[in-house]
Write a protein that binds this ligand. Sequence first.
Ligand code: MG
Ligand code: MG
Length: 258
Amino acid sequence: MIELKTGEEMDRIARGGAIIAALYREMEQRIQAGVSTGELDRFAEEFIRSHEGAEPAFKGLYGFPGSICASVNEEVVHGIPSDERVLKEGDILSLDTGVRLDGWCSDSAWTFPVGELAPATARLLEVTEEALERAIAAARPGKHVGDIGHAVEEAVRGTGFAIIRDLVGHGIGRKVHEEPQVPNRGKPGSGPVLEAGLVLAIEPMIAVGTWRIRTLSDRWTVTTTDRRPSAHFEHTVGVTEEGPRILTALRDPVASAT
Ligand code: MG
Ligand code: MG
């Protein structure tokens, strides 16, 4: 069942979402060669809990051990933070974080460069971020879930990059994962209709090489099968009559206007 949220409920989701945005701003300074993903995880947990009532929503979710997913290079999603995993120059690091505040969840991912990137990797980050922007722009009442996936496809077309097919975005609210699923490919006008009040985690995952993925023996880390890099950008977005409302932004234009 797809549950719609009121404007006030979106405000609450946005309060948690702003914590993730602020965390990522802090992370930008901290992500550099020589830093481990375990250190980043501890910083993230402390940062989230320093906001009254806020908890890392991923910690313990389906048994996940970290407060953040930290996926390096060919790791697409669900990388387990570790003191053994030390970043080096030229890496990319995809962080994925959920916050629960007052019973409402928010979810956002960002891929960060570690120093200078190879040109194809730098381009991958640009294309994936643009795919997210275009997908968000499609999240309007009267459109369909398929229009979101189609917008991702349009952003990737002609780049030679591949959309990860087997992982999808999702509805979000009281739980991190709610209906509907939000695939990153789709036909315009297909799938469930987008109604005002729908809150979606929109999250294109795009790889330099193949779209095929596998899960490592740690039972969490998902990598590309060709071990070439993959990027991930995600926002929690409210569908409103006024247009898409990004609920994991540092400043929420709708909330700050009221
Ligand atoms: Mg996420
Ligand atoms: Mg998500």
